[in-house]
Design a protein around this ligand. Structure first.
Ligand code: ZN
Length: 96
């Protein structure tokens, strides 16, 4: 499981596609899933992740450019096909 930054509150969490234990936010839309995927130690080093987390806490939310979106969409699709990622997405989803 990767370490990840919550795109909403900036806290570290374990796993890109899990509910944030700090703010309770659950990435659901593709854009949010892509942001969550990018902000993991799979793509960023610890220093960069902490810098992004700090930015978010100060109210500077990360934005997804169309270019980045197109670049990471295949990665997201690949992730969605993995049984493990799929299980994470399903079992961590809060009941509505
Ligand atoms: Zn959070």
């Amino acid at each position: 499981m990767n370490r990840a930054v919550c795109y909403f509150c900036g806290e570290m969490k374990v796993g890109a596609f899990v509910q944030c234990p700090n703010c309770g936010l659950y990435p659901e839309e593709d854009d949010h899933l892509i942001l969550s995927l990018i902000m993991t130690d799979r793509y960023l080093d610890k220093t960069k992740m902490e810098a992004i987390g700090k930015d978010i806490k100060e109210g500077h939310f990360p934005t997804l450019t169309e270019e980045t979106r197109q670049q990471f969409l295949p990665h997201l699709e690949e992730f969605k096909r993995r049984p493990v990622a799929k299980r994470d997405i399903v079992t961590n989803k809060p009941k509505k």
